[in-house]
Design a binder for this molecule. Structure first.
Ligand SMILES: Nc1ncnc2c1ncn2[C@@H]1O[C@H](COP(=O)(O)OP(=O)(O)OP(=O)(O)O)[C@@H](O)[C@H]1O
Ligand SMILES: [Mg+2]
Length: 218
């Protein structure tokens, strides 16, 4: 569950998020749309506490975000960043496994799940390659596998299919939605793709100049 009340984020005189209210129920899958610059990534970064310095309230599960230690936040929330943020010195497999290692999981515990996710994202044969040896879409799929490794109760995805062709994008969304249902995850997916939004039943949130201006059922 994610609950946001009166969230305002400013950079100097510029207000990125303006008294924003949002509630995503436990187990809900919601799309977040909106023009470039409307504040979608800023909202996700605040949720993940990659950036701070805001006014208003953010509650994750049952706890105010500020009260959650980083470790607990990472356990509760998986994130697929708009710019992937893969580690260049690590292989595909290592990039995925690291998400478990930082939570103290052992290699043995991680391996079956990492293998399964790499297969499901179509990267089974590329586990030993480094990010620079992958296409943009393949890098994006590594980021998807990494975000899902710990089966977080909440997944935030910032344009997780922005670099994929329509067919692969559709397949990734099918995968995300399958996992979302299997695990009853709460999922918030930023997308510019009308094609995806129309293909998947989910609530639609629309962001405009730092506010959520429309809610539509999927
Ligand atoms: N560190 C920063 N300092 C100043 N302004 C910022 C900063 N980060 C973001 N902004 C501004 O906030 C606005 C919203 O940015 P954000 O990245 O949230 O947009 P977005 O909705 O994710 O857009 P896109 O669809 O292009 O990814 C932009 O106008 C951007 O310039
Ligand atoms: Mg963005």
């Amino acid at each position: 569950m994610i609950r946001i009340q009166g969230l305002t984020k400013r950079y100097g005189d510029f207000t990125v998020l303006h008294d924003l209210h949002l509630h995503v129920a436990a187990g809900e899958f919601a799309f977040l749309q909106g023009r470039s610059g409307s504040g979608k990534s800023t909202l996700l970064k605040l949720l993940y506490q990659e950036i701070g310095d805001y006014t208003g309230e953010i509650v994750i599960g049952d706890t105010p975000a500020q009260a959650l230690p980083k470790y607990e936040l990472r356990r509760r929330m998986g994130v697929i960043f708009q710019s992937f943020e893969l580690l260049e010195q690590k292989t595909v497999y290592e990039n995925v496994a690291l998400a478990g290692e930082v939570l103290g999981r052992t290699g043995e515990d991680i391996a079956p799940e990492a293998q399964r996710l790499l297969e499901r994202t179509g990267l089974g044969g590329k586990q030993g390659l480094y990010p620079h040896q992958l296409s943009g879409g393949e890098q994006q799929r590594v980021a998807i596998a990494r975000a899902l490794l710990n089966r977080p109760p909440i997944l935030l995805a910032d344009e997780p299919t922005g670099n994929l062709d329509p067919e692969t994008a559709m397949a990734m969304l099918v995968l995300l939605q399958e996992l979302q249902r299997e695990e009853n995850m709460t999922m918030l997916v930023v997308t510019h793709s009308e094609l995806l939004v129309e293909a998947f039943p989910a609530r639609r949130l629309v962001m405009e100049q730092g506010r959520i201006t429309a809610h539509a059922a999927g």
